[in-house]
Design a protein around this ligand. Sequence first.
Ligand SMILES: Cc1cc2nc3c(=O)[nH]c(=O)nc-3n(C[C@H](O)[C@H](O)[C@H](O)COP(=O)(O)OP(=O)(O)OC[C@H]3O[C@@H](n4cnc5c(N)ncnc54)[C@H](O)[C@@H]3O)c2cc1C
Length: 392
Amino acid sequence: MRPARLPVVSEDTRAVDIAVVGAGITGLSIAYHLGMAGFTRVAIYERETIGSGASGIAPGGVRRQWSTPVSCAMSDDSFRFYRTMNQALEPEQPAIFRECGYLFLAHSMEAQTELASEVEVQRRFSIPSRMIEARDVVRIVPGLVVDSVLAASFCAEDGFFDDPWSVIVAFAGAARRQGVPVIRGRVAGLKPDGSGWRLAFARGGDVLADQVVIAAGSDSVDLLAAFGIELPIRPEPRHLFFSDPVADRICDPLVVSNEKQFAVKQLSDGQFLTSYLTAGREGSAGTPEAWKAHIAELASELLPALLDVRLTHLVKGYYDMTPDHQPIVGLVPGLNGMWVAAGLSGHGFMMAPAIGRAVASLIGDGEPEWYVRELSPARFGNGTLTAEARVI
Ligand SMILES: Cc1cc2nc3c(=O)[nH]c(=O)nc-3n(C[C@H](O)[C@H](O)[C@H](O)COP(=O)(O)OP(=O)(O)OC[C@H]3O[C@@H](n4cnc5c(N)ncnc54)[C@H](O)[C@@H]3O)c2cc1C
């Protein structure tokens, strides 16, 4: 339930040290961490309200099962923050994180080998994931039919926030207490001005900032295009089907089959969340009714109990995808004092704590974690990209 009183203020400030563009979870975490690092004259500029982009759609999944060291390290840092976030952010309404587990199914030897090698990477970061046999899969989700399952990877500590919106409000509230307001206004243009930047608003008026952090999701591309910078971010649609709450507990972990492009989970209020992962994406035309039929087919093969559940609403949103499925974080090449944190590629909710801390550290001339170097906007075009494979 969204609280009626959102922490958004509308008065302008005339000059700031750091302007953050975008009050999604990325911009809010950056603002909070800048405040924590001691920066004082910081403001967030948001064209709508907090969480009005992809952040307000994400169902709040947080996991550490990934294929690359970068994602494992970044998710591990974020997970540690999220585990104790109520102490750090002191929200009015505590956020509740449920460690329900994520289960990735393998239906072929190839998929099993891939999951096993990813678990090896994860174990290097002390992430408690493991490979399990099909008979153990049934112990975790008794209703799963494992005739086609060879093995799975499982991390019991992966999980979901009961109410992801409470996390967004918590970051916004903590940032505000650090003195960082959210100011409503669509940034229509950025121009160099002296040693800083002038942000022009669509409604008229402007503000001068020494430094700017662009955290505007896919719209970051347009803001930087004026400088001849082509951020390689493209929006990719995702569709989630939800049911009304169901009393019986049937599927607590998030169960994912990348091979069958299927995901299902029962949220803590009893609602089912399920997806045909390629729905609406390039090369996969179709209608919501056709995707539902496909989900029913997969349910009859893997989780027949889902056939009795009526999927009542469909939510559509966009991932801001990069070529290697990793965020773009760092100084924009050739533009002094212009930073970017965008292209979260479908995992920005769970990575927000690490990204916020990284940007605050970069701006403060600190020593960011090793993986932040790998996220630099300068990495594209030099042929050394390592793509994150475990995007769902
Ligand atoms: C269906 C779906 C499910 C997902 N599930 C998960 C999940 O379980 N776990 C997970 O970690 N991630 C998940 N994600 C991904 C996650 O939602 C995003 O990666 C994350 O929210 C990105 O946050 P952001 O702040 O970078 O971008 P956004 O949330 O898109 O925020 C950008 C903000 O910038 C503002 N803005 C844009 N242009 C301007 C401008 N010119 N001036 C001022 N403001 C501007 C927008 O209004 C918006 O509020 C999911 C995404 C979708 C679509």
